[in-house]
Design a protein around this ligand. Structure first.
Ligand code: KG4
Ligand code: ZN
Length: 356
C-alpha cells in the first residue's frame, strides 16, 4: 500500500509518500515565502498560481525519493479544507486528475487532522488518548483526541489565532513575513519582562483563548515608544512572545488537569517556537511532580512534531490518510473512485470530521 499525500491549502506546496504503516518514504516541499514576502502576507491568487506550477514537479520529486513509479501509488490523499479556496482547488484538481488517469481513488483529508496527528510521525509517538494544542496561523484550539476521527473541541480562540498574533505584531514591528519565526528570532536578543502586556482570559478558568487585545496593546505601546530603538524592538518582541507562550502553557496545563489527560500533543506552525517548546516541557515536568500517587508510566508527557513538519507539509496529509486506512476509515478500492470533488475553505473538524 502506497499513499501519495498532497497539501496546498495556503502558502506551502507539499507532496509526500507513506506506506500503509504510515512510514514516510518521501517528503517534497516548496515554500512560497519568497513569493509573498514583497506583499507582507499571503496573496491568495499568487498562491494558487504557484501551486499549479509546483505540484507536478513535486510529485515527480517525491516518486524519485521513494524510488517508486506513479502506477504503484494506491491512493492519492489531498487537503480538501480548511484553507484558501483557490489554493485548495489546485491540490484537489491535481489529485483527482492523477487518480482518474491512474484508475485509482483520491480521498479528501482535513488539514487540521493532518496537523493533529503529525506528532505521531516523531519518535516516540504519543499514544491515544491525548490532549492536543493546535496552534497555527488560522487556528488556536485545545481538543481531546481519543482516536483517529474522534475529536472533542475543549477550547478555541474567540478572535485571532496565536500564529496570527505573532504575524500581526511582527508586522507592526516592521519585521518581514512570515512574522512568527522573525519575531521569535528577534525575541532571543530581548528581555521578555521589559514590557507588561496583557494575557487575555488568564483567569477565566475556561480553555478558551483571545489574542486581539494583545495586538491592540502592542499598537498603543508602539505609538508611545516612537521612534523605537533596536534594543527596545528586541525587548518588545521578547515580551510579545512571552505573553503568547505563557497563555498557551497555562491553558494547556489547565485543560490537562480538568480532563485528566496525561499526554499533551502540540502541533501547527507555532509548535516550531522554541520558547513554547521549552516552557511546555518545563511546565509538564512540574505537573508530573505535583501529581502525587501517579506512577512514572502515567506521568505527564509532551510531544511535538519533528520541527520540519510543524508548518504545512504533504507528509501529515499522507500520514493522516494512512492512519484512516489502518482503521477502515478510508475506502481505497479502485472501484470506489469517482473523481467528482469539492473543497471546503471553512470546514469544522469537530462537527464534520470528513470521514471519507
Ligand atoms: O500550520 P501553519 O504552517 O499554517 C496554518 O495552517 O496556519 O502555521 C503558520 C503559522 C504562521 O502564523 C507562522 O508565523 C507561525 O505558524 N510560526 C511560528 C514559528 N514558525 C511558524 N510562530 C512562532 N514561532 C515560530 N518559530
Ligand atoms: Zn496548517
Amino acid at each position: 500500500m502506497l499513499i501519495l499525500g498532497i497539501e496546498s491549502s495556503c502558502d506551502e506546496t507539499g507532496v509526500a509518500i507513506v506506506d500503509g504503516k504510515g512510514r514516510l518514504l518521501a517528503d517534497a516541499l516548496h515554500s512560497q515565502v519568497d513569493l509573498h514576502a514583497a506583499y507582507g502576507g499571503v496573496v491568495p491568487e499568487l498562491a494558487s498560481r504557484d501551486h499549479v506550477e509546483r505540484l507536478l514537479p513535486l510529485v515527480r520529486l517525491a516518486l524519485d525519493q521513494a524510488k517508486c513509479r506513479i502506477d504503484q501509488i494506491d491512493v492519492i490523499a489531498y487537503t480538501a479544507g480548511p484553507g484558501l479556496a483557490g489554493a485548495l482547488l489546485t491540490g484537489a484538481s491535481v489529485a483527482e486528475g492523477l487518480a482518474y488517469a491512474l484508475g485509482k481513488p483520491a480521498r479528501p483529508i482535513h488539514h487540521l487532522e493532518g496537523h493533529l496527528l503529525s506528532p505521531m510521525l516523531a519518535s516516540p509517538a504519543p499514544l491515544f488518548p491525548f490532549l492536543a494544542l493546535l496552534v497555527s496561523g488560522g487556528h488556536t484550539l485545545l481538543a481531546r483526541v481519543d482516536e483517529v476521527g474522534k475529536y472533542v473541541l475543549l477550547g478555541d480562540t474567540l478572535d485571532d489565532a496565536a500564529g496570527e498574533a505573532f504575524d500581526k505584531t511582527a508586522k507592526m514591528l516592521g519585521l518581514p513575513y512570515p512574522g512568527g519565526p522573525a519575531l521569535a528570532a528577534l525575541a532571543e536578543k530581548g528581555n521578555p519582562q521589559a514590557y507588561s502586556l496583557p494575557r487575555p482570559l488568564w483567569n477565566s478558568g475556561t480553555p478558551d483563548f483571545s489574542f486581539s487585545g494583545l495586538k491592540t496593546a502592542v499598537a498603543t505601546l508602539l505609538r508611545k515608544l516612537e521612534p523605537i530603538s533596536l534594543p527596545q524592538q528586541a525587548d518588545l518582541a521578547a515580551s510579545i512572545e512571552a505573553a503568547i507562550v505563557e497563555v498557551l502553557v497555562k491553558k494547556s496545563l489547565q485543560a490537562m488537569q480538568q480532563s485528566g489527560l496525561t499526554r499533551l500533543v502540540v502541533a501547527g506552525g507555532v509548535s516550531a517556537n522554541l520558547r513554547l517548546r521549552a516552557a511546555l516541557k518545563a511546565a509538564i515536568g512540574t505537573l508530573s511532580k505535583t501529581r502525587p500517587g501517579k506512577s512514572i508510566e502515567t506521568a505527564a508527557e509532551v510531544f511535538f512534531p519533528p520541527p520540519r513538519l510543524c508548518t504545512d507539509n504533504g507528509a501529515m496529509i499522507a500520514f493522516a490518510a494512512a492512519l484512516r486506512f489502518q482503521r477502515g476509515l478510508l475506502e481505497v478500492n479502485a472501484s470506489s473512485a469517482e473523481h467528482s470533488f469539492q473543497v471546503h475553505p471553512r470546514w469544522s473538524l469537530f462537527t464534520d470530521p470528513g470521514r471519507s
